[in-house]
Design a protein around this ligand. Sequence first.
Ligand SMILES: NC(=O)C1=CN([C@@H]2O[C@H](COP(=O)(O)OP(=O)(O)OC[C@H]3O[C@@H](n4cnc5c(N)ncnc54)[C@H](O)[C@@H]3O)[C@@H](O)[C@H]2O)C=CC1
Ligand SMILES: N[C@@H](CC=O)C(=O)O
Length: 781
Amino acid sequence: MVNQVHKFGGSSLSSADRFKSVANIILTHAQAGDCVVVSAAGKTTDTLVKLWQSYQQQDTQAIADIVLLLSNHQIALIEQLLIANAKHHALDLLETELSIITKQAKQGTLAEAALLAHGELWSARLLSAYLEQLNVSACAHDARQLFTLDAGQLQHANNQQQCLKAIETSKINVVTGFIAADLHGETVTLGRNGSDYSATLLARYCNAKKVSIWTDTQGVFSTDPRKVANAVKYARVCRDQANLLARLGNPVLHAKTLSPLKDTDIELVVRSSYDPQGSHTEIVKLGMSKQKRFLTTVNNVDLLIVDDLSEGEVAHVSQLIQHSLHHFEHEGEIYLLVPASATHQVANYFAGRANISESNLNGVAIIAPDQEVAPLGKQSEALLQTQSIQPRFTHYGEGYTLLLTDQVLESDVLSLLHDKLINKAQEIALIIAGLGNVGAEFMRQLPAQLARLSTDFNVKLVALLRSEQMLVNANGLDCESWQLQWENHASSYKQADLLSYIDTLEYEHKIVIDITASEHFSQLYSKLVELNCHLISANKYAGTASLSWYQTLRESLAQRGLHWRYNASVGAGLPINFALADLQNSGDKITRIEGVFSGTLSWLCSMYDGSKAFSDLVLEAQALGFTEPDPREDLSGRDMQRKLLILVRELGIELELDDISLSALMPDELSAGSWNNFIDNKARLDAFIEQHAQAAQQQNAALCYTGLLEFENNTLNAKVGITYVPKSEAVANLTPGDNIFVINTQWYNQNALVIQGPGAGKEVTAAGVHSDLYWLVQNIS
Ligand SMILES: NC(=O)C1=CN([C@@H]2O[C@H](COP(=O)(O)OP(=O)(O)OC[C@H]3O[C@@H](n4cnc5c(N)ncnc54)[C@H](O)[C@@H]3O)[C@@H](O)[C@H]2O)C=CC1
Ligand SMILES: N[C@@H](CC=O)C(=O)O
């Protein structure tokens, strides 16, 4: 059974080394019974065309020179690839064929198609012999024995029978692309780039599962990557958009290539033979992929107005001129977009029914989802005007806009259009976990933030998660009415459901924002990274996980070029992580960080004056949204210990959580047990605090909870705990809830750099997460 049809174009076979690479691809990607369709090696077809032209001009010297050129090229390939009998046999055959060509040229009996067919024949024979030499069972097929056309029409039933009979299930079947035969056995060609067509035809006839077009580009891009540096490769493109691209002249796929796959489930992928392990583009059936935006150039075309044009005629003319054609209705007339070089031939075909409306046109086509076509078209007209370019002809069609200009659009203009209109369509998917105190506030701020981002980026909210339920919509949720949608549509999920949903999201970038307080969720990060998600955390668990887990996560983020932002996890919205990164980037060396890194503990210590029980203040802090879901995480000092560790690791220092010494702001025995148990025993907490407050007072100091990181004589001292701070010092006089980071560095030595401000609370924390999101979107797009 034919599992796959692989197709290799001329550039994939341009040298002996390229043949070897192709053989390697076959060894790793093909199995017995598969077909490998090949084009002529390198520029062989062009050389054969020149030979034909010289023959028509009866230029005997040129004929001899070109035959020699062909001979040298083929001999070099054979010599470098084959040995022993296989080599001698191939050289003998080549010599015989070239002498027949020379003889026919002399006799005036050369036939164009039969001459051009040699390129593919030589490739198929050579590759098959080389595979055999590598002990891979292979055979070469001349497609003239497989594909028959009658008056230009493929004889599908007969061809299918021929293919099923000829294809050997125990071998790799190397088949010539581009050529077929007519009913008399005479060679006919399937048009330039006809080898792709041969591959999809063969796949259809043999009921193959998949066609892989191995080429010199890595897949289908948003625009020509040779002209526009920011071109984006798409993982999936719908057949209808691929078809439109082809008709509008995009060279990656040809319109004919797709036609045999119509109404079949045969997969089609475009991938690079130069980078076989690289990602590829899958051409999928309508509805199996989101519609994308493309910018494709149109060069040197004429517009013809044709009376009563039928689909059949378009197909026929397209076959005649061996070029994809696009036709459309515009202001009551039927237009045909024709390569200028073929206008004469097309006009002749229509014998008076076709008139040239516009000639020598260039320009671009913008292909996009239907609803985006009109606004994009208007924006592109406006952008062209800023470059003093006025389109001569503009047409808004189904799924595309055509802007035809006098001048060829240069790379700078194409880049401008692409970056403003197409790259912007690089969609970013947001997955938000945690809709509690901070998460809900983050959602409240989200519409305004998305509106700000949407002038340049296309960010869509595709999932909202709580611990047991999720609300998803791959096309985007309305973030203003998420609560209502949640009530009606949220459903329970398991981690595996979440991961497979994220895996199938067709977005160029995915960002998972963790606003949970869940260690369990943070343990998913490595899987999320495997699914190419960027990460933003307010959650502190991943940043304070074991060093080996943390380092592995960082490595796999780096390998994939993914970002992880966690500014809000320390100091809420305060730019502490930015400041530390900046200091280090400027070459400075941080020697000491001291301060209060807990909003809750800052608020409690500042508010406590003995007039209210400390435990009541804890409940107030909880209601204000300062505390962790369980405030004992704050009172135990654990939360501040985590923050200090995140900062330490930010400085590149390898430390575990328990390397930071800790004393709690509560009696140890209250840390265990339920929250109710804690409340029942709150008097013990109050007594504990009162005792410390009095001791501090006796020293004319304030009861504070501080953190310290310092290097002394090359040893690191990191701790968090209760301190009695002289009342004159800034730390003892904080506005309730403020954090303070006093940073000493090589350059901020005597006079420290101080960052101070609210360090907890839902608004500032949510804003801190938004700041990370903004940074990330700017930096990934
Ligand atoms: N409150 C603050 O001022 C600050 C909080 N943070 C951090 O922000 C995070 C959120 O804090 P809050 O909103 O106060 O907590 P919260 O308890 O109010 O909300 C947590 C949310 O996470 C969800 N959740 C729990 N486990 C989950 C899981 N496995 N998968 C998906 N969702 C899950 C819960 O359903 C809830 O919606 C915490 O990590 C906290 O440390 C960081 C800086 C400041
Ligand atoms: N509970 C934390 C919240 C921020 O991380 C604090 O009080 O600082």
